[in-house]
Design a protein around this ligand. Structure first.
Ligand SMILES: [Zn+2]
Length: 60
């Protein structure tokens, strides 16, 4: 069983697969890149920063 999500690099929908046999590695079948959990966390933090800036701008 694998879970898929949008690739953080090439943005292919369902490109990024979490390999449950090895829960620390992600592989994109579209661009062939591999990512670890730290790569994803960094990406999430950048997205969160964007959301925060966007929300702050809305209030002004
Ligand atoms: Zn990709």
């Amino acid at each position: 069983m694998t879970m898929t999500t949008r690739c953080i690099l090439c943005n292919a929908e369902h490109g990024l697969c979490l390999v449950l046999a090895d829960c620390e590695s992600f592989h994109c079948k579209e661009c062939g890149e591999s990512f670890d959990v730290a790569d994803l966390e960094e990406h999430i933090m950048q997205l969160r920063k964007l959301v925060c800036v966007s929300r702050a701008a809305e209030k002004e």
